[in-house]
Design a protein around this ligand. Structure first.
Ligand code: HEC
Length: 160
């Protein structure tokens, strides 16, 4: 065997080892990316609420209450009362449902401040929407009260 031939055999073998090592890391990388992509695909196919864990009452709040009570429930000084701790949000569900049905007017006091404004009725909302939005405000803005069920909204609305 001449030297050139030995060198050729050596480089073919050694080269093969390097290539197979590279192939190994390469395939591991491909595998890692594809399982991540798979997870993304699974998430995408689920409904938005289950991935973002957004309360169903938030959409109702944003549509019907946010303009007055603000996104963080802080209200507007001298106009719209806040909905955070110390507000009426912790009262009995019956009272909150009554406010949704009839609205609220006349002088009220929230956290030591007087409000003399007018809140319109929200009786046009469905029982589910009212239960959702009240449950949302009772568990948001620093509040931690029991949610309100659709069942109790239905009872109060029908007067039974
Ligand atoms: C047009 C403005 C407006 C909208 C819209 C509105 N509110 Fe009010 N809300 C008020 C005002 C003003 C009062 C106080 C009424 C008064 O002075 O007698 C009030 C009072 C309240 C109260 C009792 C007082 C307190 O701060 O704890 C709650 C609870 C409440 N609103 C919840 C809601 C929810 C939930 C919605 C959406 C479904 C909503 N409001 C929509 C203006 C509004």
């Amino acid at each position: 065997m001449n030297n050139n031939f030995k060198w050729l055999v050596f480089s073919v073998l050694f080269g093969g080892v390097i290539i197979s090592c590279q192939n190994n890391t390469e395939s591991r990388k491909v595998e890692a990316v594809s399982s991540e992509q798979l997870a993304n695909e699974i998430n995408k196919s689920l409904p938005a609420s289950s991935t973002e864990k957004e309360h169903p009452g938030k959409a109702v709040y944003n549509k019907y209450c946010l303009t007055c009570h603000q996104a963080d429930g802080s209200g507007v000084p001298d106009m719209h009362p806040p909905l955070g701790p110390g507000s009426w949000v912790g009262k009995e569900p019956q009272e909150l449902i009554a406010i949704m049905m009839k609205g609220l007017s006349g002088q009220i006091e929230v956290n030591g401040k007087i409000y003399k404004n007018f809140m319109p009725s929200h009786a046009q909302l469905t029982d589910d929407e009212i239960a959702d939005v009240l449950s949302y405000i009772r568990t948001s803005f620093g509040n931690n009260f029991d949610p309100v069920t659709t069942e109790i909204v239905r009872k109060i609305r029908s007067g039974r």
